[in-house]
Design a binder for this molecule. Structure first.
Ligand code: ZN
Ligand code: ZN
Length: 651
């Protein structure tokens, strides 16, 4: 008998094998491929144009793993078509290191054993009514959005919904942005359910991955809390997907195989024909649009826990309260902060810039330090004592001679969190402070620091946007946005939406225990409309406006964007080739081809970058037509094309 076997590699089609084994759709097998043996899966259709000159080889072995469900196979086929990724690469996301895991002894699963204990948590009337709306479904596909202010207890509502699903014998998946996978969330889970969830993200050990993969395939593990890649686990009896913080841009995988995990979660739920819940404080534009169109149902939680009110907003006009040179905190701000510190409030200075200074140049020779691999300035990190490229990781020391007589004399232009931290220490010498950024908080010791922040043993934080992600700091009642003007720069089509999300999340960190809280914005800008817009109590007003702008300008979610980046070592050749490519695909693509233009970061990791953009209808036809024509174009060696469907970053 002949069978089609899909193999986790760069091919878009299954290969044909011969077998005398009794195989059915979705079975895991070992087959010879080239000189090696690989894991493959019995797929749903044969290779269309089989190359007859290859001899058909035999399947070596069937693996003892429950076969992959037909619905999951359909999902992977669709996934690969939508994101323009070879089917084999889609399969690779599901298989572990190109290998399926055969049954392991059931002992390791014991730690995840479902044993739901009673808890003391009682839902409020509002929470109960949301749960009721969420549960109107007969276990079939539907998308429900739970929108609630930060601190309103959304998690408890979807935990209840999940509990019902587990009690019915189904498996559940909670997707979180990677950064949200902290001990804090697991603690909350265990407090509610009384058992341990399986936690899945890029940082867990290979052994844990094997145990969880196999436990999911064998239906021994019931709940996974995971980052975006957990979406590809081979669930045997998936009954519910929850996407928490659905608006979070980190659901978009930007490098390698690009996809948006939130959108793919909705697709997977649809193929599995199960319900999915999207949870957010402020929905993404796409989700908001789907709610307005009636495609998604909605419930809202407006009350904050302990009836805590949302923080107040105050604008500190830097034109009236001038800053000294090399200083970024105004006198007026210091007065406000002192007022909060006297009340034992914790204070956060927010600046979305890592390191000490984003731009270093020499007073004598005027050369600035930029990355030799990328067209971007190096950021000076004072604590690490080096200059760093945030894009490629290039490091350099701050010592250079520009003249025969001697060293460069450096000017540091603009602040990062390290520099603000130095200023804060000078102004408030008696207070304990800490920097809260990915440079300081990704270490083992950070659990300790977190504990100290929670207990208000540290009075002042200086943080990047990392702090906006779901942390619960009970005493934080004062936030100073050091430079709001920084946020309004840039030409990103999602800039306004990103700001709305960021500042909503950020202010959600404040005033969580009922004490009054204030967010202060330092600005030079006399037109403060942007600030009033993003801090409006009712984000719908902003989202409606933003949707209107997108509609008028033919932007997503009304049109589909597909970004293409061509990279190469030779600038002139690259440009020539990009025009050739555009002319070649233009006649065949169902959509408009825009560009080529130089990418905003023109040089990255030693390669020049040119962008093209396709704008078309929201139909798979766009992807199909593009995939068909791209296949026929041959780029010269050294040049590479990457395709990103529904791009979020336009670097
Ligand atoms: Zn670089
Ligand atoms: Zn110099």
């Amino acid at each position: 008998m002949k069978v089609p076997i899909l193999i986790p590699n760069i091919f878009n089609h299954p290969f044909t094998y011969e077998t005398s084994l009794k195989l059915k759709l979705g079975d895991y097998v070992i087959v010879p491929f080239g000189k090696s043996e690989v894991t493959g899966i019995v797929w749903d259709e044969f290779e269309k144009n089989r190359n007859k000159s290859f001899a058909i080889k035999k399947v070596l072995k069937k693996l003892d793993v429950p076969s992959l469900k037909k619905n999951t196979i359909k999902f992977l086929n669709w996934f690969s078509e939508y994101n323009m990724i070879p089917r084999g690469m889609a399969l690779k996301l599901l298989l572990l290191s190109s290998k399926a895991i055969e049954k392991i002894s059931s002992e390791p699963y014991e730690q995840f054993k479902v044993n739901i204990k009673k808890n003391k948590i009682v839902l409020s009337k509002e929470q109960k009514s949301c749960l009721k709306k969420m549960n109107i479904s007969n276990q079939k596909f539907r998308v429900h959005v739970l929108q609630g202010t930060t601190g309103s207890g959304k998690t408890m509502v979807y935990f209840e919904a999940l509990k019902e699903i587990i009690n019915k014998g189904f498996q559940g998946l909670i997707l979180l942005p990677e950064i949200g996978l902290t001990g804090q969330f697991q603690k909350k889970f265990i407090e509610f359910f009384g058992f341990k969830p399986a936690v899945w993200h890029s940082g867990i050990t290979k052994k844990s991955k094997e145990i969880i993969w196999s436990g999911i395939a064998n239906d021994k593990i019931k709940v996974v809390i995971g980052a975006r890649s957990s979406l590809f686990l081979p669930f045997k009896k998936l009954g519910l997907i929850i996407v928490d913080e659905e608006h979070d841009q980190s659901y978009k995988q930007d490098e390698g195989v690009t996809y948006n995990a939130r959108d793919m979660a909705v697709a997977r739920a649809s193929f599995e024909n199960i319900p999915i819940n999207l949870i957010t404080a402020v929905p993404s534009i796409e989700t908001y649009d789907n709610v307005k169109k009636g495609k998604y149902s909605l419930s809202k939680l407006d009350q904050r826990y302990l009836n805590a009110s949302l923080p107040n907003y105050e604008i500190i006009n830097l034109n009236n309260s001038k800053l000294n040179s090399q200083s970024w905190i105004s006198k007026e701000t210091i007065e406000k902060v002192n007022f909060h510190l006297k009340k034992k409030d914790q204070v956060l200075f927010f600046l979305n810039r890592r390191g000490f200074s984003p731009h270093v140049l020499c007073k004598k020779c005027f050369t600035s330090y930029s990355c030799p691999n990328c067209s971007i300035n190096l950021v000076y990190h004072k604590k690490k004592q080096n200059l760093l490229c945030h894009y490629c990781g290039y490091k350099a020391l701050l010592d250079r001679d520009c003249t025969k007589e001697g060293h460069c004399e450096f000017i540091f232009s603009g602040p990062g969190v390290e520099r603000i931290s130095e200023e804060v220490k000078k102004i408030f010498p008696l207070k304990k402070t800490t920097i809260f950024s990915s440079d300081t908080m990704n270490k083992k010791s950070s659990e300790d620091v977190l504990e100290k922040i929670i207990n208000n043993e540290i009075q002042i934080l200086i943080g990047t946007q990392l702090i906006s992600k779901g942390f619960h700091f009970p005493s934080l009642n004062c936030i100073v946005v050091v430079d709001i003007d920084l946020s309004s720069q840039g030409h990103d089509l999602r800039g306004a939406e990103k700001n709305l999300q960021l500042y909503h999340q950020l202010s959600g960190r404040a005033g969580r225990t009922g004490k009054p809280a204030t967010v202060y914005f330092q600005t030079y800008n006399l037109d403060t409309k942007m600030i009033t817009d993003i801090t409006n109590r009712n984000p719908d007003i902003f989202l409606d406006k933003e949707l209107e702008i997108r509609r008028k300008n033919n932007l997503p979610p009304f049109q589909r964007f597909i970004a293409m980046i061509i990279t190469g070592g030779n600038e002139r050749e690259l440009e020539k080739e990009a025009y050739k490519f555009k002319n070649f695909i233009e006649r065949a693509v169902v959509g408009k081809v825009l560009g080529p233009v130089s990418a905003p970061i023109f040089r990255l990791k030693r390669k020049f970058r040119v962008r093209l953009l396709i704008r078309g209808h929201k139909s798979l036809k766009v992807q199909k037509s593009l995939a068909e024509i791209i296949k026929k174009f041959k780029f010269p060696t050294g040049m590479k094309l990457t395709v990103d469907v529904d791009p979020i970053n336009f670097n």
